[in-house]
Ligand binder design. Sequence first.
Ligand SMILES: [Zn+2]
Ligand SMILES: [Zn+2]
Length: 143
Amino acid sequence: MDEGIRYLQNSGAKITETRVAIMQSLENRYDHPSAEQLFIELKPKHPTLSIATIYSTTQLLARASLLRILSIDEKKVYFDPNLTPHGHFMCRTCKRLFDIPVDYESIFRFDTPSGISSVEAAEVFFYGLCTKCDGKRRPMAKV
Ligand SMILES: [Zn+2]
Ligand SMILES: [Zn+2]
Protein backbone atom coordinates (compact mmCIF):
# COMPACT_ATOMS: atom_id res chain seq x y z
CA MET A 1 0.00 0.00 0.00
CA ASP A 2 2.67 2.52 1.06
CA GLU A 3 4.75 1.25 -1.80
CA GLY A 4 1.84 1.82 -4.13
CA ILE A 5 1.33 5.37 -2.91
CA ARG A 6 5.04 6.07 -3.20
CA TYR A 7 5.07 4.74 -6.73
CA LEU A 8 2.07 6.81 -7.75
CA GLN A 9 3.73 9.90 -6.27
CA ASN A 10 6.99 9.20 -8.08
CA SER A 11 5.23 8.64 -11.37
CA GLY A 12 3.51 11.98 -11.03
CA ALA A 13 0.04 10.54 -10.53
CA LYS A 14 -2.25 12.34 -8.15
CA ILE A 15 -2.93 10.59 -4.88
CA THR A 16 -6.65 10.87 -4.63
CA GLU A 17 -8.95 9.44 -2.03
CA THR A 18 -10.43 7.07 -4.60
CA ARG A 19 -6.99 5.80 -5.68
CA VAL A 20 -6.10 5.07 -2.07
CA ALA A 21 -9.42 3.28 -1.62
CA ILE A 22 -8.71 1.11 -4.67
CA MET A 23 -5.28 0.18 -3.33
CA GLN A 24 -6.66 -0.53 0.11
CA SER A 25 -9.35 -2.80 -1.22
CA LEU A 26 -6.85 -4.77 -3.29
CA GLU A 27 -4.43 -5.32 -0.44
CA ASN A 28 -4.12 -8.89 0.82
CA ARG A 29 -6.93 -10.12 -1.39
CA TYR A 30 -6.92 -13.58 -2.82
CA ASP A 31 -10.28 -13.58 -4.59
CA HIS A 32 -9.10 -11.91 -7.83
CA PRO A 33 -11.74 -9.17 -8.08
CA SER A 34 -12.62 -7.73 -11.48
CA ALA A 35 -12.76 -3.99 -12.18
CA GLU A 36 -16.55 -4.21 -12.14
CA GLN A 37 -16.54 -5.95 -8.77
CA LEU A 38 -14.26 -3.30 -7.23
CA PHE A 39 -16.52 -0.62 -8.65
CA ILE A 40 -19.63 -2.14 -7.05
CA GLU A 41 -17.84 -2.51 -3.72
CA LEU A 42 -16.32 0.96 -3.58
CA LYS A 43 -18.90 3.12 -5.30
CA PRO A 44 -21.28 3.52 -2.32
CA LYS A 45 -18.51 5.01 -0.17
CA HIS A 46 -16.75 6.81 -3.01
CA PRO A 47 -19.37 8.40 -5.26
CA THR A 48 -16.77 10.04 -7.53
CA LEU A 49 -15.20 6.69 -8.41
CA SER A 50 -15.26 5.64 -12.05
CA ILE A 51 -14.29 2.43 -13.83
CA ALA A 52 -11.67 4.48 -15.70
CA THR A 53 -10.01 5.40 -12.38
CA ILE A 54 -9.91 1.73 -11.45
CA TYR A 55 -8.24 0.87 -14.73
CA SER A 56 -5.72 3.70 -14.61
CA THR A 57 -4.79 3.02 -10.98
CA THR A 58 -4.41 -0.72 -11.44
CA GLN A 59 -2.34 -0.18 -14.59
CA LEU A 60 0.03 2.06 -12.66
CA LEU A 61 0.33 -0.54 -9.92
CA ALA A 62 0.94 -3.29 -12.46
CA ARG A 63 3.64 -1.24 -14.13
CA ALA A 64 5.30 -0.94 -10.72
CA SER A 65 5.06 -4.75 -10.36
CA LEU A 66 2.84 -4.35 -7.33
CA LEU A 67 -0.19 -5.95 -8.91
CA ARG A 68 -0.90 -8.58 -11.52
CA ILE A 69 -3.59 -7.88 -14.07
CA LEU A 70 -4.94 -11.19 -15.32
CA SER A 71 -6.23 -11.27 -18.87
CA ILE A 72 -7.50 -14.82 -18.39
CA ASP A 73 -10.89 -13.90 -19.83
CA GLU A 74 -11.45 -11.95 -23.03
CA LYS A 75 -14.33 -9.97 -21.55
CA LYS A 76 -12.96 -8.99 -18.14
CA VAL A 77 -9.68 -8.41 -16.41
CA TYR A 78 -9.03 -9.60 -12.88
CA PHE A 79 -6.62 -8.22 -10.33
CA ASP A 80 -4.24 -10.18 -8.15
CA PRO A 81 -2.03 -8.51 -5.54
CA ASN A 82 -0.46 -11.89 -4.73
CA LEU A 83 2.92 -11.67 -6.45
CA THR A 84 4.24 -15.09 -5.50
CA PRO A 85 4.51 -17.10 -8.73
CA HIS A 86 1.38 -19.07 -9.45
CA GLY A 87 -0.93 -19.82 -12.35
CA HIS A 88 -4.68 -19.39 -12.58
CA PHE A 89 -7.62 -21.59 -13.37
CA MET A 90 -10.93 -20.24 -14.59
CA CYS A 91 -14.14 -22.22 -14.47
CA ARG A 92 -15.72 -21.81 -17.88
CA THR A 93 -19.23 -21.89 -16.42
CA CYS A 94 -19.20 -19.71 -13.29
CA LYS A 95 -16.01 -17.80 -14.21
CA ARG A 96 -14.57 -18.28 -10.73
CA LEU A 97 -10.78 -18.02 -10.50
CA PHE A 98 -8.55 -20.36 -8.57
CA ASP A 99 -4.83 -20.21 -7.89
CA ILE A 100 -2.85 -23.10 -9.29
CA PRO A 101 0.73 -23.93 -8.33
CA VAL A 102 2.97 -23.72 -11.37
CA ASP A 103 6.56 -24.81 -11.66
CA TYR A 104 7.87 -21.73 -13.40
CA GLU A 105 11.40 -23.06 -13.43
CA SER A 106 10.39 -25.89 -15.72
CA ILE A 107 8.32 -23.58 -17.91
CA PHE A 108 11.30 -21.40 -18.57
CA ARG A 109 13.52 -24.38 -19.37
CA PHE A 110 13.69 -24.04 -23.14
CA ASP A 111 16.20 -22.89 -25.70
CA THR A 112 15.34 -19.30 -26.40
CA PRO A 113 14.21 -19.12 -30.04
CA SER A 114 16.27 -16.82 -32.21
CA GLY A 115 14.94 -13.31 -32.34
CA ILE A 116 14.04 -13.30 -28.64
CA SER A 117 16.50 -11.43 -26.50
CA SER A 118 15.11 -11.99 -23.02
CA VAL A 119 12.01 -13.61 -21.53
CA GLU A 120 10.86 -11.58 -18.57
CA ALA A 121 7.47 -12.83 -17.52
CA ALA A 122 4.88 -15.52 -18.13
CA GLU A 123 1.26 -15.94 -17.18
CA VAL A 124 -0.19 -19.44 -17.11
CA PHE A 125 -3.93 -19.83 -17.53
CA PHE A 126 -5.92 -23.04 -17.19
CA TYR A 127 -9.57 -23.50 -18.10
CA GLY A 128 -12.11 -26.14 -17.15
CA LEU A 129 -14.91 -26.78 -14.68
CA CYS A 130 -14.95 -26.23 -10.93
CA THR A 131 -16.35 -28.98 -8.70
CA LYS A 132 -19.60 -27.05 -8.15
CA CYS A 133 -20.32 -26.60 -11.84
CA ASP A 134 -19.18 -30.11 -12.71
CA GLY A 135 -21.60 -31.48 -10.11
CA LYS A 136 -24.49 -29.55 -11.63
CA ARG A 137 -23.71 -30.82 -15.10
CA ARG A 138 -23.91 -34.50 -14.15
CA PRO A 139 -27.37 -36.04 -14.14
CA MET A 140 -28.53 -37.15 -10.72
CA ALA A 141 -27.61 -40.75 -10.01
CA LYS A 142 -30.62 -43.03 -10.13
CA VAL A 143 -31.35 -44.75 -6.82
ZN1 LIG B 1 -17.78 -23.17 -11.74
ZN1 LIG C 1 -3.87 -15.55 -8.00
